[in-house]
Design a protein around this ligand. Structure first.
Ligand code: SAM
Length: 191
């Protein structure tokens, strides 16, 4: 298949956006796959800030990073991403070039704990303010569960309302896949 699948597409966007010396955010740690990916890209003063409300996600990510000797490149924050602005040091503000939200529930975890539209949108707004110009926020939207469908609709309404002079908004989705396959929204800061 020549068309890029959803998760590699998300990773490529992050890779393009996250320069070795800049700052990245993983807004939903889960099992730590995205944080691990970002930590590998970081070097020099590059750093990753990761958020999750579940201790299980913090521990899973911590173990992965320790095994790979990457812990010093990441700060794990056991708080909701809606507290992002107050959780990231002043020095990181304006230096963030890549961020990812992998929405929904923790695979292999409690399926009743899901991301919610109000807190997701609040975090996107805070992050957008802290983003460097040409920084990118990637949203991977899982809409196969009831709350996921509600979150999808609210997010689509929100991103469609973003001023085109301030942000480019892209949607990447396979139109004929069954079972509510995930899709991507990417927001790039223009000014
Ligand atoms: N990126 C992850 C990975 O690589 O394994 C998968 C993330 S999983 C789909 C979604 C995660 O979002 C869950 O671990 C859940 O605890 C977390 N979450 C839910 N609400 C949150 C919030 N307000 N702030 C931060 N994390 C939240």
């Amino acid at each position: 298949m020549k068309l890029e699948r959803i998760l590699p597409f998300a990773r490529n966007l992050l890779e393009k956006a996250f320069l070795p010396d800049t700052i990245a955010v993983d807004a939903t740690l889960g099992n730590g796959h995205d944080t691990y990916f970002l930590a590998k890209l970081a070097s020099g003063t590059g750093h990753v800030y990761g958020f999750d409300i579940q201790e299980q996600a913090i521990q899973a990510t911590k173990e992965r990073l320790t095994e790979e000797n990457l812990s010093n490149r990441v700060t794990l924050i056991h708080r909701g991403h809606e507290e992002l602005k107050n959780s990231i040091p002043e020095s990181a503000k304006g230096q963030i070039t890549a961020a990812i939200f992998n929405l929904g529930y923790l695979p292999g975890g409690d399926k009743s704990i899901v991301t919610k539209p109000e807190t997701t949108i609040s975090a996107i707004e805070q992050l957008f303010d802290l983003l460097a110009v040409e920084g990118i926020i990637v949203l991977v939207i899982y809409h196969g569960h009831d709350e996921g469908a509600i979150e999808r609709d609210e997010l689509l309404q929100y991103v469609k309302g973003l001023d085109q002079l301030k942000a480019h908004v892209l949607r990447y989705q396979f139109e004929n896949q069954k079972n509510n396959a995930p899709f991507i929204i990417a927001i790039e800061k223009r000014s």
